[in-house]
Design a protein around this ligand. Sequence first.
Ligand code: BEZ
Ligand code: FE
Length: 315
Amino acid sequence: MQEAKYPMNEPAHAADTAISAPAERREALPATPEALLEAVLAANRRTTNPRLRQILDALLRHLHAFAVEVDLGYQELEVGLDFLVRIGKATGPEKHEGILLADILGLATLVGLIDAKQALAAGGTEPALIGPFWRAAQPLRENGAHIAEQGTPGERLLVVGRILSLDGKPIANARVETWQASPGGLYENQDPHQEEMNLRGRFQTDHDGRFSFHSVRPSGYAVPVDGPCGELLDAQQRAIMRPAHLHFIVMAEGYKTLATQIFDADDPNAYRDVVFGAVGSLLHRFERQPDDSFRLDLNLKLEPGTMRVPMCPLP
Ligand code: BEZ
Ligand code: FE
């Protein structure tokens, strides 16, 4: 019986020799959480991809410790699994509920900080989450163009930016993606009253690392609460607002891709962002000009490394 449960003569896996797996168990599993975890970890030891093995190992240890800590009941496990299924079902071409979940849990912000720790130590720009509203086919526009279609209400805003290396050298030909919500607090794809691709654009920096565009001052907005993430926020009795911000993703050959956001420091929600993205140095003042328009000046600093096009949540 035990031979059948823990067969020793399974076909050898290609990586077995390299990993030198420990001897297989030959006794019945003791019915304790500790023995179970040991067995579950042993079952992961032949995962050939070392990074996947490391991630799964830590995930299994933390997952088991979590279940033990909260004394998880089977019915609660069912609720959790159903929640995950519904996150998947609520995700489609219009909305990525999975990204929203990572955002409201603070996980996206944490991963961004982990990813950027060397850049941050060297004075690079702080990252911020991409969120669920970046679109893949944002229109390429000339520097100085308007990203707000005619008729978009709101206070006028000029954004003047420069893309720099950590030591302050301009980066030419960088690709700068930007998108923002309207003063009504909706992204164009959520709002039938806005033109397709309104308040979105892709720019290329000039020889001096500069880009610029005209827009309108964004306003804050509530994150979408019509799906399972909304239920979770409701159960936690959390505020659901994001402070006004503009998104940027900057990509340049020889540099790590930077995803960030610039927040309006005058928005009271800058200090209670539901997705924890409004960190430290990303709060800026939009400067009022003599003609009552606003201006935002930015320097975004990239870390040397490999450029990567991030996963885009929307077509
Ligand atoms: C956003 O910044 O676009 C965003 C981030 C998280 C949730 C919803 C929206
Ligand atoms: Fe946003």
